[in-house]
Design a protein around this ligand. Structure first.
Ligand code: UD1
Length: 342
């Protein structure tokens, strides 16, 4: 029998790519979103890519406990992937109450509904931000978490702990996986779904593509005096479709009872450090564009370098990142042009 996966925040950037991969892998998906940080563009794109007009879409807020409970009443949910959260680091520093309330309450409501309905498989979308400025590179899942440097990062740590405690107390009824994403970038090769930042993008790749299309004048590279080979920060940029596929592996591992422990953590990255300058150069080369950029002071809160040791996800889940940075940057550019109607 087909298994059903609830995707909270399923109309957003990561959620829409995950929905496509789940459907292509044979899962039934229920998408739920409050559209606080996206419109229906990506959901419409998902329908086009999959050729499925019948994907259930529930417009709801996960902070509304009764609505979450009703969702669990209405669908035979085998697993839930929880994306519904705020994600802007700077905004979280300015509005901590809003971040803690939204990110914690929505997840607590999911877990409460799961408990009430006899258990569930819960996949939490975590972040490499939990490692802070690491002492050793690459980071493994055993690398220590560092004190969070923003309320956003803190909500990721707290939600991981909430999930771990809830799994422990549930006597096997609730199983959990936290996926710690490194830097998800790119877009679906169809160019029908991708990142749709509101206002000025905080993240690097949307800023690059918006500069290239002429929406922004100039990219500021934040800092070129870091102790790295070219002086700019290094990250582990992971293709969004590769990242989405990791969710299919994780959900399958849960619903097929293949977990080694009831709560597991996996790094989702490539294992390949790429500097800001290298990324900019790769974008220019693969797309044949000269990008307007300048060096600017460091951005507060940025870590010098972080990349994953993805061995555990490779060996335990059988998942591996496959796409090159060039393919990913070509897809990001195709998406930006699609948005501009070019
Ligand atoms: C941040 C979050 C991370 C989150 C990710 C995706 C932290 C510390 N980081 O990662 O948790 O998962 O966003 O939302 O919580 N850069 C520029 N110019 C720009 C923008 C960025 O030079 O205009 C540089 C940054 O200094 C950084 C790199 O590009 O070195 C990547 O930045 P960004 O895309 O914002 O991601 P992170 O800060 O790594």
């Amino acid at each position: 029998m087909k298994k059903t996966v609830l995707v909270s925040g399923g109309a957003g950037f990561i959620g829409s790519h995950v929905t496509v991969e789940l459907i292509e892998a044979g899962y039934d998906v229920v998408v739920a979103d409050n559209f606080s940080n996206c419109d229906t563009t990506c959901f419409e794109g998902v329908k086009k890519i999959t050729g499925r007009e019948d994907i259930p879409l529930v417009k709801m807020d996960f902070c509304d406990a009764a609505a979450v409970d009703k969702l669990f009443d209405g669908y035979p949910i085998d697993a839930v992937i929880h994306f519904a959260a705020y994600k802007a680091v700077g905004e979280s520093v300015a509005k901590p109450v809003m971040y803690y309330k939204n990110n914690l309450q929505s997840f607590l409501n999911v877990l409460e509904a799961a408990e009430k309905h006899g258990g569930c498989n819960v996949l939490f979308s975590s972040s490499a931000t939990v490692y802070g400025e690491p002492d050793e590179l690459p980071v493994t899942e055993k690398s220590p978490r560092q004190p969070a440097t923003s309320p956003y990062g803190n909500t990721k740590q707290i939600c991981e702990d909430i999930l771990s405690d809830t799994v422990k107390a549930s006597s096997g009824a609730i199983k959990g996986i936290a996926l710690r994403y490194f830097n998800p970038i790119g877009a679906h090769p169809s160019a029908l779904i991708g990142e749709l930042p509101r206002g000025v993008p905080n993240n690097l790749v949307p800023f690059i593509t918006q500069t290239a299309i002429g929406k922004r004048e100039c990219l500021s590279i934040f800092g070129n005096d870091y102790p790295t080979p070219d002086g700019t920060c290094q990250r582990d940029y992971i293709d969004i479709v590769d990242l989405a596929k990791a969710h299919v592996y994780a959900v399958t591992r849960m619903v097929e009872g293949k977990m080694k422990k009831d709560y597991e953590i996996f790094n989702i990255g490539t294992g390949r450090p790429v500097s800001v300058l290298e990324l900019v150069n790769a974008f220019e080369k693969v797309n044949g564009i000269k990008l307007n950029y300048k060096f600017a002071p460091r951005r507060e809160g940025d870590v010098t370098a972080i990349w994953a040791d993805p061995t555990l996800a490779n060996e335990e889940m059988g998942w591996k990142a496959g796409r090159s940075v060039e393919e990913t940057l070509a897809a990001a550019w195709a998406w930006e042009r699609h948005l501009a109607g070019k």
